[in-house]
Design a protein around this ligand. Structure first.
Ligand code: AMP
Length: 430
């Protein structure tokens, strides 16, 4: 076994797979831009307090999953970002973004870090793309964010995804509900597991999130949040559902959906794929009107957003055989050097072709002609272009079509024209 291994929960992504990532990222860019979202890039680490305040100290993420470090004994504690929303909101407040325009539509892609137990679909370094709509969280804004997320999935050809949606109510609704849950669970305190016992005091809503099979019956009988929603919250939720129906976006209302982060209010949603196994959530999000104040903003910043896990999205696409459409990255021309004395001349030819935007390869290891031809076929080049003494004296180059074995003699000018056209043709492929 090699001496150095990638850290558990991290992985390498090799070129063939990177092509798939870029394809998905391209679709995200295109859809986000269509919906008027611009990309933001924020630091990979922040002061730890940002996440403690922004995500909530009773959540699993802050309680046990953060990679926290102290750069020097006197330095403030820092944490590798476990999610993006707190950082995006911090950036918006710090730079007074909302003073320049009342609404900001931002999207992002990037790596996140959570100290979770690695398993299929769960890593310690993983990637998300997502969007945040800051400054308004009307039902239309919520529907816009959900629609963008679902349109990315649709453009990628994904099928059989399930969108679940719920209303968590506003702050007052949740306060009343919290008391109701405490009253319900308290008499059963001895049968609760340790995590749920702790949540009973600090954040009883999170007991509903428990996956412990022994508690499922008790949880099923718990008071339902929707019974505690105010009239305004109900109307807000109905309007979101109305917009989704209008856009023929299928959903299931799931009153048990609460999501792990503290800052959500009103609409919350999650998308799952039955093809993923235990870690079946591809993405989710919701409204988080309270976050900005929590992070020290002097004004309210209503907001709504979503985040999608790239690895799980790619896994689902693979299961659904959606990558056949990604064009291979084969070069158009492989320049074959017939005599090594002409290698420099051949390299000049490679430069000329590349300057004309023609994807060209050449052997850099002075290998035999046979080896060069083998390599040209292995990497699936369309043509082999021979550089030899005859070519130099006559100014005519022989070009072999590697699919048909047809060979033609061409002047440099004709060659550039033919290959230039082929290169343009290649770019038209999906
Ligand atoms: P969350 O921020 O927890 O709502 O996660 C949003 C999405 O990110 C999830 O639906 C997953 O697709 C993905 N995700 C979250 N945690 C991990 C992880 N540890 N490894 C891989 N993907 C993850």
């Amino acid at each position: 076994m090699p001496q150095y291994q990638a850290v558990k929960g991290t992985r390498d992504i090799f070129p063939e797979e990177v092509a798939r990532w870029k394809y998905v990222e391209g679709v995200v860019d295109a859809q986000a831009s269509l919906y008027g979202f611009s990309e933001i890039r924020i630091p990979v680490f922040e002061y730890t307090e940002l996440f403690q305040r922004g995500i909530g100290s009773t959540t699993d993420i802050v309680g046990k999953e953060m990679f926290t470090f102290q750069p020097d004994p006197k330095g403030r504690s820092l944490t590798l970002r476990p999610e993006m929303t707190a950082g995006v909101m911090r950036a918006a407040i710090q730079n007074n973004l909302l003073a320049s325009a009342p609404v900001h539509k931002l999207y992002y892609m990037g790596e996140l870090f959570r100290k979770e137990r690695p398993q299929a679909g769960r890593q310690r370094q993983f990637s998300q793309f997502g969007a945040e709509l800051l400054g308004v969280s009307s039902p239309a804004a919520v529907a816009e964010v959900i629609t963008l997320m679902m349109e990315v999935f649709r453009s990628l050809g994904l099928q059989r995804l399930k969108l679940r949606i719920n209303s968590l109510g506003d702050a007052d609704d949740r306060l009343r509900y919290r008391v109701a849950l405490q009253n319900y669970f308290s008499p059963f305190a001895d049968i609760l597991d340790d995590a749920s016992k702790e949540r009973l005091e600090k954040n009883p809503l999170r007991i509903l999130d428990s996956k412990n099979p022994a508690l499922q019956e008790l949880i099923a009988g718990a008071p339902k949040l929707y019974e505690y929603l105010s009239e305004a919250s109900v109307q807000d939720f109905e309007k979101v559902l109305f917009y989704l129906k209008e856009r023929t976006i299928a959903f299931d209302i799931d009153h048990r959906l609460v999501r792990g982060l503290d800052y959500y209010c009103n609409t919350a949603f999650e998308v799952t794929s039955s093809e993923l196994g235990a870690q079946d959530a591809i993405g989710g999000g919701g409204r988080y009107d309270g976050l900005a104040r929590e992070l020290g903003s002097s004004t309210d910043v209503p907001a709504v957003g979503f985040a999608v896990g790239m690895e799980r999205l790619l896994m689902t696409m693979e299961k659904q055989a959606l990558f056949d459409v990604v064009a291979p990255q084969a070069p158009l021309v492989y320049v074959v050097v017939q005599q090594q004395e002409l290698a420099d001349h051949a390299l000049q030819m490679v430069c000329r072709l590349r300057n004309a935007s023609i994807k060209t390869e050449i052997d850099l290891a002075a290998r035999s002609m046979k080896a060069q031809m083998r390599e040209a076929n292995r990497i699936k080049a369309s043509y082999a272009l021979f550089v030899g003494a005859t070519e130099l004296t006559t100014g005519l180059y022989s070009l072999k079509n590697l699919a048909t074995s047809e060979q033609t003699m061409l002047t440099l000018e004709a060659l550039l024209e033919l290959l230039g056209e082929s290169a343009a043709g290649m770019q038209l492929q999906p």
